[in-house]
Design a protein around this ligand. Structure first.
Ligand code: FMN
Length: 366
C-alpha cells in the first residue's frame, strides 16, 4: 500500500513491497522488437533504461510458454536465453534508479497455428474463435480456431505461470504483474461470453475466477503476494470485438475481493476501452478498488491533470501512462515541469528497430 502521508503524483512511496520514486507507472507496451525466439536484442536495454525515471515500469507482455504466444517478435520468459536477455534489462533499469515488474502473458485463443509448436491449435476455455488480429511471421492474420483446454490440462497452465515467475525472479525483476486484461487467456476464463465450460472452471463467477486466482496463488508462492500485481480491463473489447461479461461489476468485483484477501501488491485497471476515452461511466472502478482494498493503479488516456486529480482524490495510488511513454522517455520530468509532450507515430509502435523506439530525446536540460 502506498504511504498516504506523502501525497501527490510526484511523491515517493511504496506499492506492496516495492519502493517507488513517484506515482507514475509506465504501462505495459508490446513493441514487437524481440527475435522470433522471443529473445530481446540490446536495443531493449536502452529502451527501458531511458524510461527508468518512472516510479514503476510494467514490462511489455511476456509469453510464459510457447503455447502462450500469439504475436511474432514478442519476448518470452520460458528459456534460459530469455532470462539472460531480461537480466540485462533489469540491471540497466536498476542502475538508473528504476523499478521494473514483468507482465506475465498467455494469450489463450488470440494466437495462430503458425506460432504454435507443431502447428497446434491455440488453447482457450472454450472453442470460440476470436475476431481480432494477431501477428504471425506473414503479417496480420485472424486468430485460429482454438481448442478448449481439458480440465486435467489446467494444472499445467498454472505450472507454466509458476515457472515463468521463477525465471522472472532469476532475471532480477522487482515483482510480476499477472496479465488478466485485454481479452487474453485469464480474461477469457473470467468472462461468461468466452467461457462456456461446464467443469469447475466455468459457469458461476466463482468458477470463472478460479484460474486467475490459482495463477496468482502459484506466482505469489514464489514472490510473496506483496510483489505480485494483477491487471484487469472489465469493459474493454480489445482490438477485436470481444464481448463483455454479462455482469462485469459482479464478476470483476468478486475477483478483486478475492485478490485483496490474498494481499496482492496492487490491482491495475484499464478504465474503459483500452486506448479509448478516459470515461469510466459504464463501470464503477471506485467500487472495484474498494472491493480489492489495496493499492490501485489507474490507466487509460490519463492526462497530467487527470492523473494529479486521481492521486489527490485517493482514486488511485499510481497512474500508468502507456502511449505517452513511447515518445517521452523522460515523461516524469515533463509532467513535473508541465512541459509539452512529443507524439509517437503509430506505425512505429510494433516492430522495426531503433526508429520510434529508442530515438526519442529527453527535454534539453533547463
Ligand atoms: C503499442 C501498445 C502496446 C500495448 N501493449 C500492451 C501490453 O503488452 N500489455 C497490456 O496489458 N497492455 C498493453 N497496451 C495497453 C496499454 O498498456 C494501455 O492500457 C493503453 O495504451 C492505454 O493507456 P494510455 O492511454 O496511457 O496509452 C498496449 C498499448 C499500446 C499503445
Amino acid at each position: 500500500m502506498i504511504d498516504q502521508q506523502a501525497a501527490g503524483l510526484f511523491a515517493p512511496g511504496r506499492i506492496g513491497a516495492i519502493p517507488v520514486a513517484n506515482r507514475i507507472a509506465m504501462a505495459p507496451l508490446t513493441r514487437s522488437r524481440a527475435g522470433m525466439d522471443g529473445v530481446h536484442t540490446p536495443l531493449a536495454i536502452d529502451y527501458y533504461r531511458q524510461r527508468a525515471s518512472a516510479g514503476l515500469i510494467v514490462s511489455e507482455a511476456t509469453n510464459i510458454s510457447r503455447q502462450g504466444r500469439g504475436y511474432a517478435l514478442t519476448p518470452g520468459i520460458y528459456t534460459d536465453a530469455h532470462v539472460e536477455a531480461w537480466r540485462s534489462v533489469t540491471e540497466a533499469v536498476h542502475e538508473a534508479g528504476g523499478r521494473i515488474v514483468l507482465q506475465l502473458w498467455h494469450v489463450g485463443r488470440m494466437s495462430h497455428t503458425s506460432l504454435q509448436a507443431g502447428g497446434a491449435a491455440p488453447v482457450a476455455p472454450s472453442a470460440i474463435q476470436a475476431g481480432d488480429t494477431v501477428f504471425t511471421e506473414r503479417g496480420p492474420e485472424r486468430p485460429s480456431m482454438p481448442r478448449a483446454l481439458e480440465t486435467d490440462e489446467i494444472p499445467g497452465i498454472v505450472e507454466d505461470y509458476r515457472r515463468a515467475a521463477i525465471r522472472a525472479r532469476d532475471a532480477g525483476f522487482d515483482g510480476v504483474e499477472v496479465h488478466a486484461a485485454n481479452c487474453y487467456l485469464l480474461e477469457q476464463f473470467l468472462r461468461d461470453s468466452t467461457n462456456h465450460r461446464t467443469d469447475r472452471y466455468g459457469g458461476s463467477r466463482e468458477n470463472r475466477a478460479r484460474l486467475p486466482i490459482e495463477v496468482v496463488q502459484a506466482v505469489a508462492a514464489i514472490w510473496g503476494a506483496d510483489r505480485v500485481g494483477l491487471r484487469l480491463s472489465p469493459i474493454t473489447r480489445a482490438t477485436g470485438d470481444t464481448p463483455l461479461d454479462s455482469d462485469p461489476q459482479g464478476t470483476y468485483g468478486y475477483l478483486a475481493e478475492q485478490l485483496g484477501q490474498l494481499g496482492l501488491a496492487y490491482l491495475h485497471c484499464v478504465e474503459g476501452q483500452t486506448r479509448g476515452a478516459n470515461a469510466a461511466a459504464a463501470f464503477d472502478f471506485k467500487a472495484l478498488h474498494a472491493a480489492f482494498g489495496g493499492a490501485y493503479i489507474a490507466n487509460n488516456s490519463y492526462t497530467r491533470e487527470l492523473a494529479i486529480a486521481a492521486i489527490d482524490s485517493g482514486h488511485a495510488d499510481m497512474v500508468a501512462f502507456g502511449r505517452p511513454f513511447i515518445a517521452n522517455p523522460d515523461l516524469v520530468e515533463r509532467l513535473r515541469r508541465d512541459a509539452p509532450l512529443a507524439e509517437a507515430a503509430p506505425e512505429t509502435y510494433y516492430g522495426g528497430g531503433a526508429a520510434g523506439y529508442t530515438d526519442f530525446p529527453a527535454l534539453a536540460a533547463a
